[in-house]
Design a protein around this ligand. Structure first.
Ligand code: UD1
Ligand code: PEP
Length: 417
């Protein structure tokens, strides 16, 4: 196991390139198995979740080849084999294998997904969607068996606008007989990216990115080439880190529209933000105003950025209140930030943050974005070395993190624990 060592206090300066979106990639890889000929995906991030999913596609009989950040997947000889345990337990997004295998083969047996379990993360809306499409779903000791002789289109109203359930239903419904309508669908950019891939494969999906998605089922899907959208969470983390270190950073290969909620909140704090066509420049300032942040579904402020934002808010003067309306208790970063001297109180689904200096400490990342929060915090500390364990979580979401930060002038390195 490795740990991340951070000697902070240096403003980040320079340019950072953002890679393809993790939360798109982990859906696009399973989606590719719905095709009957080669799918090529460009701009893939080099992340552990992506590596595990590409191995799973091989385990299912797919032929997978890599060239840099491009993957070629030939799914023509794939089959549905039961995967109750093993690799599917390593990541949350293995649940997309359910919708994809169900759509192509009419059957899937998948263990309950793993990944960052900062709180119980039910998949009842995914199951409700599969059942509405005519599938039988049983839970056999934590392994979900889903089967259908023929999927049939249906109208599905999601109780919560779930990203995963929306995508999973799109995957299965693409191969159902007739039309499916998803109401109260999630609107995240990654959903549009998956719909774009599926349509390029021959699916008929309209309305992705709005709360009503219509899917006309087709008899077969074919190969295509698709480039993954930039990772808005990685981009937001670098924006926050640049502001927290009072740096000056150009964040390149982003879709500024996807960043609007972060941009607006940083500006409200007093950070200078300049938007270009495909990049955003952050110019940090000596002092920041406290602000209130509400993490919401898209286009609201992303829950995946609330933990790193907590670290930035420790640098503002006064009291900020950050409330997460997506997850009720995603605060595993808070006790660790308090070990670094932060003054934070959690009340219900809110963190109340009083600004003040942080100090170096030995801290542990309990999940991916909690890890990102600790890295941002460590970068701001002027004296001493912050040690962050749990790097394997951070590696789920940030490729080339140490290289990128070092190129921006940070004193960061990895060491064996
Ligand atoms: C791989 C991936 O894309 N992960 C993202 C995805 O996770 P994921 O797709 O798992 O998150 P959802 O959008 O499904 O979850 C949103 C909320 O709905 C609830 N819920 C969800 C499904 C369900 O069947 N029942 C239910 O009650 C969840 O507990 C949560 O409170 O969106 C989350 C919310 O933006 C992000 O934090 C994750 O980074
Ligand atoms: C929670 C996250 O991912 P996952 O849903 O894959 O666990 C995340 O990206 O912050």
């Amino acid at each position: 196991m490795e740990k991340l060592m951070i000697r902070g206090g240096r403003p980040l300066r320079g340019t950072v390139q953002i890679s393809g979106a993790k939360n798109s990639a982990v859906a696009l890889l399973p989606a590719s198995l719905l095709a009957e000929s080669e799918v090529v995906l460009d701009n893939l991030p080099q992340l552990s979740d992506v590596a595990v999913l590409s191995e799973i596609l091989e385990d299912l009989g797919g032929k997978v080849t890599w060239e840099g950040d491009t993957i070629r997947i030939d799914p023509s000889s794939m089959r549905s084999i039961p995967m109750p345990n093993g690799k599917v337990k390593l990541l949350r997004a293995s649940y997309y294998l359910m919708g994809a295998l169900l759509g192509r083969f009419g059957e899937a047996v998948i263990g309950m997904p793993g990944g960052c379990n900062f709180e119980p993360r039910p998949i009842d809306q995914h199951i409700k969607g599969f059942e509405a499409l005519g599938a039988q779903v049983t839970n056999d000791h934590g392994s979900i068996r889903i089967s259908a002789k023929q999927l049939r289109g249906a109208k599905i109203y999601l109780d919560v606008a779930s990203v995963g359930a929306t995508i999973n239903i799109m995957l299965a419904a693409s191969r159902a007989k007739g039309s499916t309508i998803i109401e109260n669908a999630a609107k995240e950019p990654e959903i549009i990216d998956v719909a774009t891939l599926l349509n390029a494969m021959g699916a008929k999906i309209k309305g992705a990115g709005t709360e009503t998605i219509r899917i006309e089922g087709v008899d077969s899907l074919h190969g295509c080439r698709h480039s993954i959208i930039p990772d808005r969470i990685q981009a937001g983390t670098y924006m926050i880190a640049a502001a927290a270190t009072r740096g000056d950073v150009l964040i390149d290969n982003v879709i500024p529209k996807h960043m609007e909620a972060v941009t607006a909140k940083l500006q409200e704090m007093g950070v200078h933000v300049y938007e270009m066509d495909e990049s955003i420049r952050i110019v940090g300032q000596p002092s920041y105003e406290s602000v209130d942040v509400k993490a919401l579904i898209y286009p609201g402020f992303a829950t995946d950025l609330q933990s790193p934002m907590t670290s930035l808010l420790t640098q503002a003067s006064g009291v900020s209140i950050l409330t997460d309306f997506v997850y009720s208790n995603r605060f595993k970063h808070v006790p660790e930030l308090m070990r670094m001297g932060a003054n934070i109180r959690v009340e219900g689904r809110s963190a109340i943050i009083e600004g003040g200096p942080l100090n170096a400490a030995k801290v542990s990342a309990a999940d991916l974005r909690a890890g990102a929060a600790l890295v941002v915090a460590g970068l701001t500390v002027a004296e001493g070395v912050t040690e962050v364990t749990g790097v394997e979580y951070i590696d789920r979401g940030y490729d080339f993190l140490v290289d990128n930060l070092r190129r921006l002038g940070a004193d960061v390195w990895r060491e064996n624990e």
